[in-house]
Ligand binder design. Sequence first.
Ligand code: FE
Length: 209
Amino acid sequence: MAISRRKAIGLVAGAGVVLGTGAWLNHELNPRTPLPYELPPGGALPVTSECDDDPTPTVTEGPFYTPNTPQRTVLRERDTAGMPLVIEGRVLTPDCRPLAGAVLDFWSCDGNGIYDNEGFRLRGHQFTDRTGAFRVETVKPRDYEQYGIHRTPHVHVKVQGRGTRMLTTQLFFPNEPLNQRDWFVEESLIMNVTKGSGALMARFDFVIL
Ligand code: FE
């Protein structure tokens, strides 16, 4: 049975006492590291059809966010380990208006489960285009273990539009065995993934408040 996110956070907080990772957990439970980027002109566009009006759930920032990332849409480098992954989608308001000029700041580990915490590999921010769309080229991250917690593959992201709150969340992959055991997984955060030629193609629309 799926476990609720709120319950999951409580469980992790309990685990933290046992593991002595209090400092990490304080950070973990506060997904509010602000986004330091200046937003370009933009804002809400006319109402679109095909829109899920449920706000995208928040998931913890985790311990590996680095601010001030380069502005770019291609995060994958020639020697980056992992299956190429393209994520496309839109940023929308709850009343189904795409947001132009919203910022998305992506980060993840590579196909070996390694985060670059010194530099900016697999990190970068971009702004939605005039239709509220984004596209990021990265790799499929691997599962990894940190502080005794085994994480299913996930891509971290922060999203913010003009006059919206900042959303910090994580995107997940379908059919991952570890999804069942990872406390942070929510059904509505699992991307639509298909196999393209040479890359996994994923779709996800964010709805932010
Ligand atoms: Fe992570």
